[in-house]
Every structure is written in C-alpha cells, then in structure tokens.
Design a protein around this ligand. Structure first.
Ligand code: FAD
Length: 342
C-alpha cells in the first residue's frame, strides 16, 4: 500500500455519521490534500475497493459495515476570490463545516446564504443534493464546483448549469456524476442584497420580532432560532434531518386527494405539479412520536426519524418501510428517502 498515505484499517464510523450508527469501514483515509485522491487511486489494492466519499455524515444511513475505502473529505480553506457582475465570489474547501462557512460569509458582510444557516455537514456535500431550506437552495448562489474525476484522475471546474440541479438533486446523484469528488465550491453572493422571505414562517418570525427591513444577520438568527425549536440536535439525538423528500405529484392527483382529505398540505410548483408535505402525511398516519424498536419518529417533527439509542441501520430502515407502507396505503403516495443508504 502507498507508504505516504495515512490509511487506517477497520475504523468505527459511529462518530462520523449523525445517525450515530455503529458501522465500520475496512479502510479509511482522511483527505486533507487533493493530491491524496490521485495517490490513493494509483494504489492497486485501494483502487479495487468500493469507495464512499464522506463529508459530515449527516445525510447518510449506514445499513451495515462498509467493506471498502472511506474517503473522509477534510479539505480546508475559505477565501474571497473576486467580483463579477455585482457579485462577490467566495470559495471554500469541500471539508469546511457548512454552517461555519455561512457564518464566515456573514462576518465578511455578505448576504445570500443566511436562509441555509445551521444545516449540518460540509461545503463539499451542499451541491450533491442541492441543499435547501426556508425558501432557498444551494443552486440560487452557486457559481462553480471544482471536482476530481475518479474516471481519469483529472481535475476540472463545473459551472452551475453543468451541475444540473433539481429539488434535492444534481448531476452528482446520477451515473454521469457518480465518479466526481467535490474539492471546493465557489458561491456568487450579491453586493446589493435583498432578503428572501418567501417562506411564510420565516417572514412571520421576523415580523413578530418587529424587524421589517432585516439584515442578513437578522435573517440568519431567525432561521437558527426556528431550526433549534423544530429539529433535534444530532449531538444529542441521532438523526439525519428530514428523512423523506416532499413528494411531487401531478395536479390531478392532488385534486383527487384534496376531495378526500380537505386539510391536505400542498404547494403549487412552477410546472403545474403539486408538492405535498411529507411530514403532514406521516403525522396523519399516526407516526409522530411513535417508536419501532430503538428507532422512532421525532415527536416535534414527523419528517425526522431518530436513533433513540443503540439503533442499527436495519432498525431505521424497518421504521422507514413501515411509514412508507402506511402513507402509500392511505394516500397512494410513494415517499422517497432523502439520506443515502450505504
Ligand atoms: C438535523 C439535520 C438537519 C438537516 N437539515 C437539512 C436541510 O434543512 N436541508 C437539506 O437540504 N439537508 C438537511 N440535512 C441533511 C444534510 O445536512 C445535508 O444533506 C448535508 O449537505 C450533508 O452534508 P454532509 O457533509 O454531512 O454529507 P454526507 O452525509 O457525508 O454525504 C452525503 C452524500 O454526499 C456525498 N458527498 C459528501 N461530500 C462529498 C464530496 N466532497 N464530493 C462528492 N460527494 C460527496 C456522499 O458520498 C453522500 O452521497 C439535515 C441533516 C440533519 C442531521
């Protein structure tokens, strides 16, 4: 094996995933320099192993041990890198902690990422599922992504269009992008900032505080307060945030459901389809606060599945399947998990 690479064997991943599932990795490399990736792939033994690129482990469910090589992305760095068309370009290494990066942009006097404050995980993972919250998504401000292509060991830059972003989706989640490892991400933040208060709960919170012309800092603080109230802190209780995507259904299906369930929570989409609130569907099926073995549904938010202590990946999967079956039976709607199952 490559003598200069600090490869570890049989490593516990329990503290490296927010569900706190006690899975083990056959080989583990903490990647602090992009050159380590090419070196690892030049090693025949390592190159032959299945690979998992790991950030903060906040969107992953380990369903068993990982019999391969974990590349734990810890590439550091954040910097102002230029200006273009009234926007300031800021870049961060894939291993930077996302929320710390958002705080850093605010400290530079830059708005644009405040609605995405307090989301766990790393900068490098933000483009993977086009992380979104409170009416904003990564794609709104993403300028470019530097990637390492494991297919030919090359490095290149993708612009936002090449990332093919969708709702909790991007090229990285499809076959064409599966071999790409994000090295750094550049965001273009507006010099003339306007608050994004499309999300009613956020607008109401600021209004209730008597803030009518908020600063980016005030929007971030409101987002942080709402998130702290509604979501479990992974440091206290294992979870991966929203466990299911909000299902998007054709308008006709939504109309049929509304006839039977007038309280159905739905949001019209630009293309005419309707996005349903997965949390509402789960709550209506009676799952909020219920446990199945050591896994359960968070009492304050039905969309969040939790590890009440000692749960294995299989326990969480069993709970997820039971919820999916109930929602499908009652509403005829398929719930799709958001975390990546490994
Ligand atoms: C309490 C809580 C709240 C959350 N709230 C939100 C929310 O509001 N909105 C939202 O969108 N998500 C939310 N999430 C999910 C999660 O925080 C995000 O998906 C986050 O971007 C995952 O980052 P990570 O570094 O932990 O990625 P990981 O979980 O380590 O990895 C996730 C996926 O990205 C891939 N990946 C990671 N880094 C790289 C890289 N450098 N290059 C290529 N692939 C990579 C992994 O292989 C994996 O497929 C929440 C999670 C928790 C626990």
């Amino acid at each position: 094996m490559h003598p200069d690479l600090p490869i570890a064997a049989d490593v516990s991943l329990a503290t490296l995933n927010t569900f706190r599932i006690d899975a083990r990795a056959r080989r583990y490399l903490r990647v602090t320099d992009a050159r380590q990736l090419a070196a690892a792939l030049a090693d025949p033994e390592l190159a032959a192993l299945p690979r998992l690129v790991l950030g903060g482990g906040s969107n992953i469910l380990f369903t068993g041990d990982f019999d391969g090589l974990v590349l734990h992305m810890a590439l550091p760095g954040r910097a102002l890198v230029g200006e273009r068309d009234g926007r300031v370009l800021v870049r961060a290494g894939a291993g930077e902690h996302w929320h710390a990066f958002v705080e850093w942009t605010l400290a530079q006097g830059l708005g644009g990422l405040e609605n995405l404050a307090l989301i766990p995980g790393t900068v490098g993972a933000a483009p993977i599922q086009n992380v979104g919250a409170y009416g904003a998504e990564t794609r709104d401000t993403l300028h470019a992504v530097t990637v390492f292509d494991t297919g030919d060991n090359s490095t290149r830059v993708l612009d936002a269009a090449a990332c093919r972003f969708g709702y909790r989706d991007s090229v990285f989640k499809h076959a064409e992008g599966a071999g790409l490892i994000v090295l750094d991400v550049t965001f273009a933040l507006p010099e003339r900032w306007q608050p994004n208060l499309r999300y009613a709960e956020l607008a109401q919170a600021l209004d209730a505080a008597g803030i009518h012309a908020p600063t980016p800092r005030q929007v971030a603080d409101a987002v942080i307060a709402i998130r702290r109230r509604k979501l479990p802190d992974p440091a206290e209780i294992g979870n991966a945030g929203s466990f299911f995507k909000n299902p998007v259904v054709p308008a006709e299906q939504c109309a049929r459901l509304l006839a039977a369930f007038p309280d159905l929570v739905h949001h019209a989409q630009a293309d005419g389809s309707e996005k349903l609130a997965a949390g509402w569907l789960i709550d209506q099926c009676g799952w909020k606060g219920r446990n199945l073995g050591p896994a359960g549904v968070y009492p304050k938010q039905a969309l969040v599945l939790v590890n009440n202590g000692g749960a294995g990946g299989g326990d969480v999967v069993a709970l997820a399947r039971a919820i999916q079956a109930d929602v499908a039976q009652r509403y005829g709607v398929a719930l799709e998990p958001e975390p990546v199952f490994v």
